[in-house]
Ligand binder design. Structure first.
Ligand SMILES: [Zn+2]
Length: 198
């Protein structure tokens, strides 16, 4: 097992800084594929800085290697101690190395927008001042915008970044029944939007 996290930055001196995080849940691996394929295009001339974490969670189940759901482990006001099931939020807020890594990154970098890639609900969810951005992402990816995912998510990354840090934060839930290769073109367009236009 490894908790090492790769961070790859495209264009260090961009006007705005965008953070794009893949594989928060280990059983939703598509984000790593989209990010690595995009990085292999070696885009130049970007207006913004793109900070890519291809795979936050190196485990292959929902939780990390410690059995913690990283999307319930962020130090938000609504964090709760929960049952030790696949939604276990950890022994305390930010107990996990992956969570600490992101908290530290957010402490030292003022991001203008954040995107995370999940599966399988085929929706765009957003937190913080991101309504207009969400509708733009919705146009590119073809999934509808849902401001409320329909169930409580205490300690989520979206609440931490969007609600509590006021950073426009988009959570994409992709269609897991589609082969990732068939969704790649849309994600290239989305990453290009963040890199060149946002
Ligand atoms: Zn997920």
């Amino acid at each position: 097992m490894t908790f090492d996290i790769d961070l790859k930055i495209l264009n260090n001196s961009g006007l705005r800084k965008i953070l794009i995080v893949g594989v928060v849940h280990g059983d939703e691996p598509q984000g790593e594929y989209f990010i690595n394929e995009y990085l292999s295009l070696k885009r130049t001339g970007l207006k913004n800085s793109l900070y890519f974490i291809p795979r936050l969670n190196k485990n292959t189940t929902r939780t990390n290697f410690n059995g913690v759901d990283l999307n319930r482990n962020f130090p938000t006001k609504n964090w709760i101690k929960s049952d030790k099931d696949e939604y276990f939020g950890g022994a305390c807020p930010a107990s996990e190395p992956e969570t600490k890594f992101l908290v530290k990154l957010l402490d030292k970098t003022a991001f203008d927008a954040i995107l995370t890639i999940h599966a399988p609900y085929k929706i765009i969810n957003y937190d913080g001042p991101a309504e207009a951005l969400a509708s733009h992402v919705s146009k590119i990816l073809g999934y509808r915008v849902e401001s409320d995912i329909g169930y409580p998510t205490p300690g989520s990354f979206g609440t931490y970044c969007g609600v509590e840090r006021n950073i426009p934060t988009i959570t994409v839930e992709i269609d897991e029944n589609k082969a990732p290769v068939d969704l790649l073109e849309r994600f290239v367009e989305l990453f290009d939007y963040f890199g060149f236009k946002y």
